[in-house]
Design a protein around this ligand. Structure first.
Ligand code: NI
Length: 134
């Protein structure tokens, strides 16, 4: 068993400020205010409630990585992100279990995570997950 721990739930939103205010009205607190991810062309904000971390992801330009997703799904949770103490083993296990990398075959920096690297993978059974690589 690879040792995966949930880091956050990724939540796609059309309008960052409205989404943030609405989550705040539900009792969430902003953990890290909006950061622009220039690699994926999205704005990202982290909120927390009861130990659950939610990542709001909003497209910042028409060619952002979530442009297609947001057209199809609108405002919705769309990935769970995991961290692990052994990235190579976790990645190998996920690949063996049928998860396929999406954006890139190797981890890429995530500016909203302080430069930690992440990789996105898709499973035919459960959709997209994110794995923090370092
Ligand atoms: Ni994420």
């Amino acid at each position: 068993m690879s040792n995966l721990k949930i880091h956050h739930i990724g939540y796609l939103v059309k309008k960052m400020e409205q989404a943030k205010k609405t989550f705040e009205s539900l009792g969430y607190q902003v953990e890290q205010d909006t950061v622009y991810d220039h690699i994926r062309k999205v704005d990202i904000c982290f909120l927390n409630k009861d130990g659950y971390r939610v990542e709001l992801v909003s497209p910042a330009s028409p060619d952002s990585v979530v442009a297609g997703l947001i057209k199809k799904y609108k405002n919705t949770p769309y990935h769970i992100c995991y961290e692990t103490d052994d990235y190579e083993a976790a990645f190998a296990k996920l690949r063996a279990d049928g998860f396929l990398p999406t954006e890139s075959l190797t981890p890429t920096p995530a500016p909203a995570l302080g430069g930690r690297s992440v990789i996105f993978l898709v499973s035919a059974a459960i959709g997209m997950i994110e794995l923090i690589a370092d």
